[in-house]
Design a protein around this ligand. Sequence first.
Ligand code: G4F
Length: 324
Amino acid sequence: MTKRALVTGVTGQDGAYLSQLLLEKGYEVYGVVRRSSHFGVADHRLRWLGVDKDVRILDGNLSDLSSLIRNVEQAKPDEVYNLAAQSFVASSWQQPILTGNITGVGVTNVLEAVRIAAPGARFYQASSSEMYGKIQEAAQSETTPFYPRSPYAVAKLYGHWITVNYRESFGLHASSGILFNHESPLRGIEFVTRKVTDGVARIKRGLQSELRLGNIDAKRDWGHAKDYVRAMWLMLQQDVADDYVVATGLTTTVRDMCKIAFEHVGLSIDDHLVIDPAFFRPAEVDVLLGNPAKAKAKLGWEPLISLDQMIREMVDADLARIAG
Ligand code: G4F
């Protein structure tokens, strides 16, 4: 029997890589897409991976329960992956209510749609390492207490706990992946890795001379999205639903990540990097470092792509985009 998956946030970085993985595994993939006036740009990531023709697009919105029920009824999914969110931390101070409605309460809407229309389906929630915020343990695991530092992180925490609650209240097969930062050439330009790789490519090609960043002392545990969507899928193949940290177990400053990008094209960070207060946040998450021991032991998951490899891949993709 062909398995069927429903993916919210299908046009995002993770949605595109997950769709590719599921299609390779023989799934029928249904993707929920929110109507937007920017017609035609929504599926550029699916196109980049060559899977845009294979994903069946459904019109839905995380703030509209009736649309989600219809999406679930139509897709009849065995697995539901909730990847949709307002996911840019900096914007969450500008749009805190929208962030709460979509990134937080939106999760309940998807869970309700599953509970009403496909209670036997397995559910994945995209939880986030941002929930650890002001960290309470040097290496964060599934048992580390949370301390969110942005409206985004507060909303993600709601989504995380409502997933746990639906598992415990209704017996849904609902799992949360607490994913640390994960990037790729398909990352949005507003996130720091892609802003850096795009900026470096433009500087290399003479299109700009400086790269303006905020807090370059912040440290993140960065992995590759392609590795991380594999962990999502593995979670839903387990007999028992559970929560898992997905991380590399290594942490690097924004500054050192930048150096990798500049050095890859033979440039020096000191000649081009400008610190701009406009990119500092009202409250910062200074350092994140994940402990993926449980995912490794129980899922047999391992990250395969290093930060160095990933940043070089991203710079090369941005150089090619500019040339194209
Ligand atoms: O790339 P970022 O914007 O990612 P952030 O805030 O860590 O969040 C990302 O990862 C989370 C997982 O932990 C996801 F849940 C979330 O949806 C998102 O994918 O910023 C990384 C760090 C921050 O400390 C930020 O202050 O880079 C610092 N930074 C310094 N200059 C900058 C900049 N970030 C951005 N976006 N732009 C800058 O100019």
